[in-house]
Write a protein that binds this ligand. Structure first.
Ligand SMILES: Cc1ncc(COP(=O)(O)O)c(C=O)c1O
Length: 487
């Protein structure tokens, strides 16, 4: 196996290493580790030769050897059954094929002159995705570099629309067009992803323009709290956007979309749905009731690079009406001309150079077929629900929510650990698991509680793999000490 061992096959470069990434991790595989377990200092020491640029070049064989020995052991193995912490995965085979072709041809797809095939494929794929997700006839989409940027563009469109209602062009006048921009409010869940805060900052709003809504027992936005907040804001603040989340980062919760949409309509606000992680599940017929109203929201963020196993970067921003994108469209004389009749996807989002991200998504869906895609979406849901049901029957565990998607947050609460040490116990378990390097889970804070979090992305992670994690948590917990006394 050599990363550069490429063969030209029907015009396509096949990089062998990509077909079987586990080959890249032989040492870690033998030791059943997720990665080398090295410290930051050790990883830095190994990687310094890679950035020691000299006058004379090195052979590709030598560079490849250096990478195999010094870098690959330190990469995370997303194909490992113990990887139960983050939204990453090894590319699905069809996706890997598309990614290799995209890489070999390196097309910039925002403009017809730069890549007629790339531009048209992206346009067709966006339309097809709108149909697949049953969005409105007028809906459209654009590929983005990440969910973070998709959220940012959505908030820009929302503020722009508010400016139109106040009678000016936000693209020209910016914040100074508002009589008092400190009145503007974006409402979202306290569990929303931090990219919403960051977007507010980058768009020239401060976090004082962001109001966090309390969540209820199952971590959904509490609608009663929302009503109270809206009543309090009336007359003093102007809500320009409500952000619902489908699959919150911490707990995978899906907010009540239809009720939030109704609230947004009441105050002439935009409703953005951040479905970076969870929107994929709306494809499953059995989940559709949780997504009621999604076809009417103004915009949706979706990351195929999360649940669908498409290589990073692969993010999409949907809008309910293709004309919504005109709010962000900029034309130039040499490129993306206003008079051009050809498709120019670059007028729907800021980057003037973007890769052919549609291709790996297209080849993945074609290769697997939608039946298999849906089946693979079901597996993590079923396994995490089974785990949740199992933990509910265990006296020494407490779940923090019922899982809407593939995430479960819980605490290990053995009776001999006092309540005031429970947070320390979760941190101890998390840090020990991380250090051992045979599996990874995550830790997060929900209110005052530090909770452990298991996230299942890969359909190859079995229920038994999750139970093994629970067994590990119990045995690590047994070593938790207060001072020098083991509990
Ligand atoms: C709900 C949610 N929104 C947005 C993002 C940001 O997406 P990206 O990592 O693609 O920037 C994340 C990332 O985890 C997320 O969970």
């Amino acid at each position: 196996m050599v990363a550069f061992d490429s063969v030209k096959k029907r015009g396509v470069y096949i990089f062998n290493a990509l077909w079987n990434p586990t080959n890249c991790f032989e040492m870690n595989t033998e030791q059943n580790r997720l990665f080398s377990g090295a410290s930051p200092e050790e990883v830095q020491r190994d990687l310094l030769p890679l950035v020691d640029f000299q006058g004379a070049g090195q052979s590709l064989i030598k560079i490849n050897q250096l990478i195999e020995e010094n870098l690959l052991p330190h990469l995370m193995r997303y194909d490992h059954a113990g990887f139960q912490s983050m939204y990453n995965s090894i590319p699905e085979q069809g996706a890997a094929l598309g990614a290799q072709i995209a890489l070999a041809h390196n097309q910039g797809v925002t403009n017809w002159q730069v890549s007629p095939g790339g531009a048209m494929l992206e346009e067709l794929c966006c339309k097809s995705l709108c149909r697949l997700f049953r969005l409105s006839e007028q809906a459209d989409a654009t590929f983005m570099y990440s969910g973070t940027y998709a959220n940012q563009e959505a908030l820009y469109l929302a503020i722009h629309k508010k400016a139109e209602l106040e009678g000016f062009d936000f693209g020209i006048q910016g914040m100074s067009g508002f009589q008092d921009s400190s009145r503007l409010v974006i409402l979202t869940s306290r569990d929303a992803h931090f990219s919403i805060n960051q977007s507010a900052r980058m768009l020239g709003l401060g976090e004082q323009n962001l109001v966090s809504l309390e969540v209820g027992a199952n971590r959904q936005i509490d609608l009663e709290q929302l009503r109270k907040t809206l009543a309090e804001l009336k007359g003093t603040r102007d809500v320009c956007c409500i952000v619902a989340t489908a699959g919150t980062t911490s707990t995978g919760t899906i907010d009540p979309i239809e009720a939030l949409l109704e609230a947004a309509r009441h105050c002439d606000a935009w409703l953005h749905l951040d479905g970076a992680y969870g929107f994929s599940f709306s494809l499953l017929p059995e989940c559709q009731s949780q997504f009621q109203g999604m076809e009417k929201v103004d915009s949706i963020t979706w990351d195929p690079h999360k649940q669908l196993g498409i290589p990073i970067p692969n993010s999409v921003l949907f809008v309910n009406d293709k004309r919504d994108f005109t709010r962000i469209s900029l034309f130039s004389h040499y490129f993306n001309r206003e008079t051009s009749n050809e498709p120019n996807p670059g007028i729907k989002s800021p980057p003037s150079t973007r890769p052919m991200s549609a291709l790996p998504l297209v080849t993945s869906l074609l290769h697997q077929g939608m039946d298999e895609v849906l089946e693979k979406l079901r597996i993590p849901l079923q396994n995490i629900r089974r785990l949740s049901e199992h933990l509910m029957t265990q006296d020494d565990f407490r779940c923090w929510h019922e899982p809407d998607t593939g995430v479960l947050c819980f605490q290990y609460q053995p009776s001999h650990v006092p309540e005031n040490r429970r947070n320390d116990l979760q941190t101890f378990i998390y840090e020990t698991i991380l250090r051992e390097g045979r599996r990874s889970i995550s830790v997060t804070r929900l209110g005052d509680a530090i909770v452990l979090r298991i996230l299942v992305i890969s359909p190859d992670i079995r229920y038994d793999d999750l139970v093994e994690t629970i067994t590990d948590i119990r045995s690590i917990g047994a070593g938790f000490t207060i001072g020098d006394q083991t509990l």
